[in-house]
Design a protein around this ligand. Structure first.
Ligand code: ADP
Ligand code: MG
Length: 703
C-alpha cells in the first residue's frame, strides 16, 4: 500500500500562488502549514450571488444582507476615534451608507466611483438611514446563467491578513487552485467504507469538495454531516483505543477479597443503609479492581448522593488486600472535612489515617512521609500536597480524586507514577457532567452513575428575590435560626478582582451582623485570605453548631457537609454559573428538614442570568442542570474541560451535534471492540490516518 496522503501533507508553499511571504502569513495567522490544513480551513459561509436583496427592503429587523449596487461617492469624515470613511451605494430601489473605521487606506485604494460592487454585511441604522459598517465588498460580477457553482465560499481571515489584501476571498482562490490539482484518490477514505455506506455518508473527497464549493445547499449539508461525523468518530476511536488497550494490557493491583476492614465497617459502623446506587457502584468498583487491570473510573453523582462513603468502602477494600489509599480533595477545608468524617467512621478500627496538606507542620509531615513509606499509614487524605514528589508510598493501591473538576489531567497523571504497578483510580465529580461532555472529555474512563439520593431528603425550595427585599429575607432566615437551624450567606468571588470581592464580603459580613447581632447570634466567616488555622476554627464552630451563621465566599462550595444547615442565601446570584449555583445549593438539604435556597439579585440581571435563576428554581436535578449549563455556555466554558484538549473540534459541536456524537461513539466502540489493533483490512486506512495524525495535536497526551 502506498503511503497515505502524500499530496495532502505537502507544505503549503508548494501550492501555486503561495510564495514564501504568503506561506509565512498563512502559517502565522491561520495555522495553515500543509495542503490538508488549507482543506480544513472551512468557509464560514457561502455567497449565493443569485440571492440579492434590494436596499429598500432593509428594515430595523434585517440582520445580514447581500446587495449589489453602484458606488456613487466616498469621503473621510470625523476626526480621532470617530474618523471614518463613508461611502454611498445605490441600487434600483434606494441608497445605503457604507462605513469603515479601520483599513481605510486599503478601501480607498481598491474602490472606484461608478463601479458596481457586491456588498455583504450586518445592517444597522445611523441617523435614521440604513448603514453597513465594515462590509465585505468586491467587484460585482453577475452570476453565470448555467447556475453552476453559484455558492461561493467566504473564509475566516484575520485583520492582519485583510490589511494586506489577503482576505477570505483570496483564500478561496487558493483552495480552488488546490482542488484543481487533486484527484479523488488524493483524498482517500479514512473511515471504514462499510460505515460510510451503511450510514449513507458522503465520501471524503466529495465532502471536502462540497464544503468548499457546493453545487447546492443540500450537498453542502451532506458534506458538513460527513466531516462532523468523521471528526467525532476519529476522536472516539482514540478514546476507545486508550480505554480498551488499558483494559487489555495495563497491569493493575488485584484486590481479590473482601476482608475484615470492609466487613466490620459495613456491619458495625455504617450509620445508614446504602442506597441501591451506592451498592451498584461498589459492585462495579469491586469487579474492576479484582481483574488485574488498572481501574480508571469516573463516578458521577449528584451533590449529596453519598459519594464519600463509597470512597471509604473502596479504601477499606484496598486495605483488606494489603494496599494503601490516597484520597485527594481540591481544597484544604474539604480535605480536613474528609479527614474528620472518615476518621469518625473508622475510629474503632485499626486503621491509620493521616492528613497531609500544604499547612501540615514539618514534624507531622515527616512522620506521615515515613509512615507512608513503611506502610504504617493506611490512608492519606490531602490536597495537592499528596502528589508532590517527596511523597512516596510503600504499597499504593488506590487513588481517589474527589470533586475532580479542579484537578487537571496532568495532575492526575502524576499519581500514576507513585507505584510500580499503577494504582486504581476513582475520580469523583462534584456535580454531574452532561453525557455528551463526559463522552468526549472523559471518554477514556469507565463511568458509574449515582442517580439516587439517600432516602428521606426533601427537595430544596429555591426562590429568587431582589436585593430590595433583603429585610424580608433576613426575617425569614431568623425564623429558621429560631427553629434551631443554621444558615449560609454566600458571596461571589471574582478571580480578576479579588480585592473587590473581598471588600464585598466584608461589607456583607457587617450587614449580616447588623441583622443578627451578638450575643444571641454567632457568625463564622470563611474566605481564601485567612490563615488556615483561622479558617479551620471558623469552619469547626459552624460544623459543631456553635455558630448559627456562615458567611463565606465560594470556598465553601465543594463538599462541605453540615446537615443541620437549612437555609442558603446566595448574594449577587447573577454572577454565578449554573453548575456552581447547584453545587453551592447542595450544601443545604442534607438533613431531613425542609431546606431553602434564596437567590438574591439586583433588579438589572441580564437575560442569561435570569434564565439560570429560573432553571435553578425549577429543578433540583443536577443531571438536568448540567445539560442546561452546557447549552447556555457551550462546551468551551465548562470548567476543567478547557485545558483537556478533548474538545477542540474544528467543525463538530457537542451541543448541536449530539445525535452524530452518539452515532460516532457507537460505531467507534464497535470498530475498536472488534479489532483493537486496527489491523483488519477494512480498518487499514483508518489505522494509517491515525498514525499520520499522531503527534499533530494534543490527543496523545491525554491519559
Ligand atoms: P456527596 O456525594 O455530595 O459527596 P456526601 O458523601 O457528602 O455526598 O453525602 C451527603 C450526606 O448524605 C452525608 O451527610 C452522608 O453521611 C449522607 N449519606 C450518604 N449515604 C447515605 C445513605 N445511604 N443514607 C443516608 N444518608 C446518607
Ligand atoms: Mg462530596
Amino acid at each position: 500500500m502506498p503511503p497515505l496522503n502524500t499530496i495532502l501533507s505537502s507544505p503549503i508553499e508548494y501550492l501555486k500562488g503561495v510564495g514564501p511571504l504568503r506561506a509565512d502569513m498563512l502559517k502565522k495567522e491561520l495555522g495553515i502549514y500543509t495542503f490538508l490544513d488549507l482543506l480544513e480551513h472551512y468557509p464560514n459561509r457561502h455567497i449565493d450571488k443569485t440571492k440579492l436583496s434590494k436596499i429598500r427592503e432593509i428594515s430595523p429587523n434585517t440582520e445580514y444582507i447581500q446587495i449589489a449596487g453602484t458606488l456613487l461617492h466616498y469621503e473621510l469624515v470625523g476626526a480621532g476615534r470617530a474618523k471614518r470613511l463613508v461611502a454611498q451605494l445605490k441600487d434600483s430601489s434606494g441608497m445605503i451608507e457604507l462605513a469603515w473605521f479601520q483599513g481605510i487606506n486599503w478601501v480607498v485604494k481598491n474602490l472606484q466611483i461608478g463601479s458596481d460592487y457586491l456588498v455583504f454585511g450586518k445592517t444597522g441604522f445611523f441617523n435614521g438611514k440604513p448603514q453597513i459598517v465594515h462590509p465585505e465588498i468586491e467587484p460585482f460580477v453577475p452570476a453565470k446563467a448555467d447556475g453552476k457553482n453559484f455558492l461561493e465560499p467566504v473564509y475566516p481571515s484575520t485583520e492582519k491578513l485583510k490589511v494586506r489584501g489577503f482576505n477570505g476571498r483570496q483564500i478561496g482562490k487558493l483552495t480552488y487552485t488546490l482542488f484543481s490539482q487533486l484527484q479523488p484518490t488524493d483524498i482517500p477514505e479514512n473511515i471504514p467504507e462499510e460505515i460510510v455506506v451503511r450510514l449513507q455518508l458522503m465520501n471524503r473527497y466529495q465532502a471536502y469538495r462540497n464544503i468548499h464549493f457546493p453545487a447546492s445547499q443540500a450537498l453542502y449539508e451532506k458534506a458538513m454531516e460527513r466531516l462532523k461525523f468523521e471528526e467525532l468518530y476519529i476522536a472516539q476511536i482514540r478514546l476507545n483505543l486508550v480505554k480498551l488497550q488499558r483494559h487489555a494490557v495495563s497491569k493493575g493491583v488485584v484486590f481479590e477479597k473482601v476482608g475484615d476492614y470492609f466487613n466490620t465497617l459495613y456491619a458495625k459502623y455504617l450509620p445508614f443503609t446504602l442506597t441501591g446506587a451506592q451498592k451498584r457502584v461498589l459492585k462495579e468498583i469491586r469487579t474492576d479492581t479484582a481483574r488485574g487491570h488498572q481501574m480508571n473510573r469516573l463516578l458521577q453523582g449528584d451533590v449529596g448522593s453519598g459519594k464519600t462513603i463509597v470512597a471509604l468502602l473502596s479504601m477499606l477494600l484496598a486495605a483488606d488486600n494489603g494496599y494503601q489509599s490516597c484520597f485527594m480533595a481540591p481544597t484544604e477545608i474539604l480535605a480536613q472535612q474528609h479527614y474528620q468524617s472518615l476518621g469518625k467512621l473508622v475510629k474503632e478500627m485499626p486503621i491509620e489515617l493521616a492528613l497531609l496538606t500544604g499547612s501540615t507542620k514539618t514534624k507531622e509531615r515527616k512522620r506521615i512521609l515515613q509512615g507512608l513509606l513503611d506502610d504504617t499509614i493506611h490512608f492519606v487524605v490531602g490536597t495537592h500536597a499528596v502528589i508532590e514528589e517527596v511523597v512516596q508510598f510503600k504499597n499504593l493501591g488506590l487513588v481517589i480524586v474527589d470533586e475532580q473538576h479542579r484537578f487537571g489531567v496532568a495532575q492526575r497523571a502524576k499519581l500514576w507514577e507513585k507505584a510500580a504497578i499503577p494504582p486504581h483510580v476513582l475520580v469523583m465529580t462534584a456535580t454531574p457532567i452532561p453525557r455528551t461532555l463526559a463522552m468526549t472529555a472523559y471518554g477514556d474512563l469507565d463511568y458509574s452513575i449515582m442517580d439516587e439520593l439517600p432516602p428521606g431528603r426533601k427537595p430544596i425550595t429555591t426562590v429568587h428575590r431582589y436585593e430590595t427585599a433583603r429585610a424580608k429575607v433576613m426575617d425569614f432566615v431568623r425564623t429558621e435560626i429560631d427553629k434551631g437551624r443554621q444558615a449560609y450567606f454566600i458571596y461571589p468571588l471574582i478571580e480578576e478582582s479579588e480585592k473587590m470581592s473581598y471588600e464585598d464580603l466584608m461589607q456583607g459580613y457587617e450587614q449580616v451582623k447588623s441583622f443578627f447581632p451578638e450575643p444571641k447570634f454567632r457568625i463564622s466567616m470563611v474566605h481564601g485570605r485567612q490563615p488556615s488555622e483561622q479558617k479551620d476554627t471558623n469552619m469547626q464552630r459552624f460544623v459543631s453548631g456553635d455558630t448559627q451563621i456562615m458567611v463565606s465566599t465560594t470556598v465553601i462550595e465543594v463538599g462541605v457537609d453540615v446537615p443541620n444547615a437549612s437555609v442558603m442565601v446566595i448574594e449577587s446570584a447573577e454572577k454565578f454559573g449554573l453548575s456552581q449555583l447547584h453545587q453551592l445549593r447542595g450544601r443545604v438539604g442534607r438533613g431531613s428538614e425542609q431546606s431553602f435556597c434564596i437567590l438574591l439579585t439586583g433588579v438589572k440581571a441580564s437575560k442569561e442570568a435570569r434564565e439560570r435563576i429560573s432553571i435553578m428554581s425549577a429543578t433540583n436535578d443536577g443531571f438536568k442542570i448540567a445539560e442546561k449549563d452546557l447549552e447556555l455556555r457551550g462546551p468551551g466554558d465548562i470548567e476543567g474541560t478547557r485545558q483537556s484538549g478533548a474538545l477542540n473540534f474544528k467543525i463538530a459541536n457537542i451541543v448541536n451535534d449530539r445525535g452524530l456524537l452518539e452515532m460516532a461513539r457507537e460505531e467507534a466502540e464497535k470498530t475498536v471492540t472488534e479489532d483493537i489493533n486496527l489491523d483488519l483490512a477494512k480498518n487499514l486506512q483508518l489505522n494509517q490516518f491515525l498514525r499520520m495524525q499522531k503527534g499533530k495535536n494534543g490527543w496523545s497526551k491525554i491519559s
